[in-house]
Design a protein around this ligand. Structure first.
Ligand code: ZN
Length: 267
């Protein structure tokens, strides 16, 4: 599933291609037909990302809301359209560009009130300038839930997925199963700052690289494929810092990776 860095990148890219333009909107597989009719011919004003949600604001109190989920995919390009293939939920275009959307978890039209209700349910997003992380810190400080589950809970913090979760915890030296309330506040604050830095970097080159050059087996080269993460997808391999085998377990339906030596339990 794309993490916040990719969702924000889509927001920027789609705004650059389509904002300020009147769009031709259709729904080739029919499932989004009523929504497409509402939006067709209207001007797109702006595109915003909150966590893993995208909002396309049109005039007259209309917001297109998209959540890609596990299977959703965008494609775009210069006109003319390619042949419509597969279950194409939404398509929009200007005389210059087209955009296609397949397989999203959510694709619906919301008024401003419904949009605000939804946005208010999303936790602060490290990639948004207006994010107020204090609400997340306060919530985590009261929770017995393991920090690894809290970081993935989109109502606590928006936009962190499985890769950033694993890597942020490693870089913070935090055991993933530590209950939220045991995590010292300064540690949470530095984890938030680290999330901002890593996710912003992930927006620029789309590749999520979380290892510091000095920690990689080839510190002088550009990060090689097997060296871009400390723990994510590295189960059974030696930790770059201490050589301990990286552990992996299924946890709340997703794979969780950590180094038992660099991330010891605090008690
Ligand atoms: Zn280690």
């Amino acid at each position: 599933m794309p993490e916040g860095n990719e969702i924000h990148r889509y927001a920027e890219r789609h705004a650059a291609m389509f904002a300020g333009r009147r769009l031709t909107v259709d729904a080739p597989n029919g499932r989004f037909e009523p929504g497409a009719k509402l939006l067709n011919g209207r001007k797109l004003l702006s595109v915003d990302a909150y966590g893993k949600h995208l909002f396309y604001t049109f005039g007259t109190n209309l917001n297109l809301h998209i959540h890609l989920g596990l299977y959703g995919k965008f494609r775009d390009g210069a006109m003319p359209f390619p042949e419509p293939k597969g279950a194409l939920r939404l398509r929009f275009s200007t005389p210059d560009h087209w955009l296609e959307l397949r397989g999203p978890t959510a694709c619906d039209v919301l008024d401003h009130e419904a949009r605000s209700t939804l946005v208010n349910r999303i936790g602060p997003d490290p990639l948004r300038k207006d994010a107020r992380p204090k609400t997340a810190f306060t919530y985590i400080a009261k929770s017995r839930t393991p920090i690894a589950a809290l970081l993935m809970d989109q109502s606590v913090i928006g936009g962190i997925g499985n890769i950033y979760r694993a890597e942020l915890l490693f870089r913070a030296g935090l055991n993933p199963l530590e209950p939220g309330k045991q995590v010292p506040q300064p540690k949470l604050q530095s984890l938030w700052k680290d999330a901002k830095t890593l996710m912003q970097a992930g927006m620029i080159d789309r590749r999520i690289v979380t290892t510091r050059p000095a920690d990689r087996p080839h510190p002088k080269a550009k990060a090689r494929r097997g060296e871009i993460h400390y723990v994510y997808h590295r189960a059974g391999l030696p930790c770059f810092l201490c050589q301990t085998e990286i552990h992996m377990k299924e946890f709340v339906g997703r794979k969780l990776y950590w180094c038992p030596t660099c991330q010891p339990p605090a008690f």
